[in-house]
Design a protein around this ligand. Structure first.
Ligand SMILES: [Zn+2]
Length: 167
């Protein structure tokens, strides 16, 4: 409140400018100023991997890891019957169309590890399975630097379920 009015106006204009410029990528449905977005047009990215996320912000989280170099598809939410959100309210049709036209070798489902995220992953895996494409899901795990003793039973049980062969 104690900043000059001109400063507040400049900030408001900047927010409006961003709102006017940012749109949805017509391929992956992430937020972008250029359509298609730079993730979709980057030829160095691995087109054989397609990662499905609920929201555009999840892309930034995965990109920060530098552990994934494939492409993305934003669903625009997760299946949630309580909120009246089913597959028809999400970009599922668009996902199936992309899989048909781009032919990825693997679809990585990266929805949140909660009931809605699980239901969405299960629904998509059943939908994609007949095409013969590998459908994977992010592993559940123990926090790095964590202690087995302190992990809750669900996390520990899921970590056991998702264990990897070392040799
Ligand atoms: Zn895109």
């Amino acid at each position: 409140m104690n900043r000059p009015r001109a400063e507040a106006e400049a900030l408001a204009d900047a927010i409006l400018a961003v709102k006017d410029r940012v749109k949805l990528c017509s391929i992956c449905y992430s937020l972008t100023e250029e359509d298609p977005c730079e993730l979709c047009t980057d030829v160095r990215r691995d087109a054989s991997l397609l990662c499905v996320v609920a929201e555009a912000k999840d892309i930034y989280a995965i990109e920060r890891t530098s552990a994934y170099r494939g492409r993305y598809h934003v669903l625009g939410g997760v299946i949630s019957p309580m909120d009246g959100i089913g597959p028809a309210q999400l970009r599922v049709k668009e996902l199936i169309a992309r899989i048909a036209s781009e032919g990825p070798a693997e679809v990585v489902i990266a929805t949140n590890p909660n009931a809605e995220g699980e239901a969405t992953a299960l629904y998509l895996s059943r939908l994609i399975a007949p095409s013969g494409i590998v459908v994977s899901r992010l592993a559940y795990g123990l926090p790095i630097g964590g202690d087995l003793d302190y992990a809750d039973e669900v996390t520990l049980a899921k970590a056991l379920e998702g264990r990897r062969i070392l040799s």
